[in-house]
Design a binder for this molecule. Structure first.
Ligand code: UD1
Length: 422
């Protein structure tokens, strides 16, 4: 298995191009199942999760080709020949559950494996199930699979989510485009990836209003047509690379970045004394060498501070002046990076969903283990400023969500390399 070796202490200077969003691409790809005409995505990130979704769609009979070195995905579901999403693929990636809505909408039935647990928590599917039941589906659990059926297709209705789940909002949004009548999603998630999905669905002929707010209204149509859609910028990759110069020192411009994607995050950086400037090309972050100030952070659904930036923020706060309190409100087990950061000299106390970080002046490189996607990049960030070498092992998690991390950080002056495993 590959590992990443970082030697700390090199200030960063230059530009990093931010890719299209993983979490947007993973919901845009299943949207191809809604139409028998081609859907083409541009600005697709080159990640192993995209390959997993490709395999899943192909297993259903869709044609999926990666063009332009993987930056364009050309898809067509006109030969759709299965409505069963197999455990072997679904267990690798929770986002696989996003085929449920489109399959139900187009075929009226689907069998989708439950994803099972993942490192950051139980992540059940009750919200998705309740939503499809409100649209007239019957869902039974057999052999670890959700068997969903309808009588003559899905029907519009009021779908009130008990929590503003990103995945459930996306699943229902896709399904409702082909349901009979009007669907109203109440307490909908407001993430930019949902707005991106709605934009793509509208380009395919869907009638949707209110995306980006907690109430989305969808008027079902008979069919959707083909479209070409650019994937929105990855706000999590953006936030991750914005933290790199804060931790290592220097100045980095993240190309394609927009303040509107990361407002709550930038508020915290500003509170920590960091200068962020919006340019016509992206977001520029400057750190003049002093330590950032401690800040308290609570993760929340968008527009609050994203749970997917919590680990990276913790890496920065390890070096901050003062004591910070981080509260994780989205996932119950998302501090697995803390014990690894402690091995590098951080001072962190974790109690349940709260981590107290006492900033230290220096950390020391160490061999550490990546336990999930965002945790692994937080260890790389910490390694940028730690004395000596940090070897981050088990980086297959990293490759699920960050394309060419060593090239992107290397190009702005970090001393970082990938060591190929056997
Ligand atoms: C998506 C993102 C993930 C991100 C998360 C929160 C993708 C592919 N993944 O995941 O990277 O960390 O949003 O921003 O876009 N829940 C239930 N029942 C359900 C569904 C969810 O209890 O039916 C709970 C989850 O366990 C979790 C919380 O709701 O505690 C948030 O989950 P959700 O917003 O659905 O996240 P995902 O769509 O899984």
């Amino acid at each position: 298995m590959d590992s990443i070796l970082v030697t700390g202490g090199k200030p960063l200077r230059g530009e990093i191009a931010i890719a299209g969003a993983k979490n947007a691409a993973l919901t845009l790809m299943p949207a191809t199942l809604l139409s028998d005409e081609p859907l083409t995505l541009t600005n697709t990130p080159r990640l192993s999760d995209i390959k997993t979704m490709t395999a899943l769609l192909q297993s259903l009979g869709a044609e999926v080709s990666a063009l332009a070195d993987g930056k364009v995905m050309a898809m067509s579901s006109h030969g759709l020949n299965s409505t069963r999403a197999d455990y072997e693929i679904v267990r690798k990636m929770r986002a696989s559950n996003l085929v449920l809505g489109p399959l139900l909408a187009r075929e009226g039935h689907a069998i989708v494996s439950l994803p099972g647990g993942c490192a950051i928590g139980a992540r059940p599917m009750d919200i998705h199930i309740a939503a499809f039941e409100a649209m007239g589906a019957t869902i039974d659990l057999k052999d670890g699979y959700l068997h969903a059926t309808t009588q003559g297709g899905l029907k519009g209705g009021v779908v009130k989510l008990r929590f503003a789940s990103v995945g459930a909002t996306e699943n229902v949004l896709m399904a409702a485009t082909l349901a009979k009548g009007t669907t109203i999603i109440e307490n909908a998630a407001r993430e930019p990836e949902i707005v991106d999905l709605a934009t793509c669905l509208r380009a395919m002929g869907a009638q949707i209003e209110g995306d980006g707010t907690s109430r989305i209204e969808i008027q079902g149509v008979d069919r959707l047509h083909g479209a070409t859609h650019p994937v929105v910028t990855d706000r999590i990759e953006l936030g991750t690379y914005m933290l790199a110069p804060v931790i290592a020192g220097g100045e980095v411009e993240c190309l394609g970045g927009k303040l509107s994607l990361v407002e709550s995050f930038v508020e915290k950086l500003t509170e920590a004394g960091i200068t962020v400037e919006e340019t016509d090309r992206g977001l520029k972050v400057r750190c003049d060498g002093g330590r950032p100030k401690a800040v308290n952070v609570t993760t929340e659904p968008f527009p609050g501070f994203p749970t997917d930036l919590q680990a990276q923020m913790m890496a920065m706060l390890c070096f901050a002046e003062g004591t910070s309190v981080l509260e994780e409100k989205i996932f119950e087990n998302r501090f697995m990076h803390a014990p690894e950061l402690i091995r590098m000299g951080a001072k962190i106390d974790v109690h349940g969903g709260t981590a107290t970080v006492h900033g230290v002046e220096k950390m020391k490189g160490a061999p550490v283990m990546a336990t999930d996607l965002r945790a692994s990049v937080s260890l790389i960030l910490a390694g940028l400023a730690a004395e000596g070498e940090t070897q981050v092992n088990r980086v297959y998690h990293l490759d699920r969500g960050y394309e060419h991390v060593e090239e992107k950080l290397g190009a702005v002056g970090a001393q970082i390399e990938r060591i190929k495993g056997q």
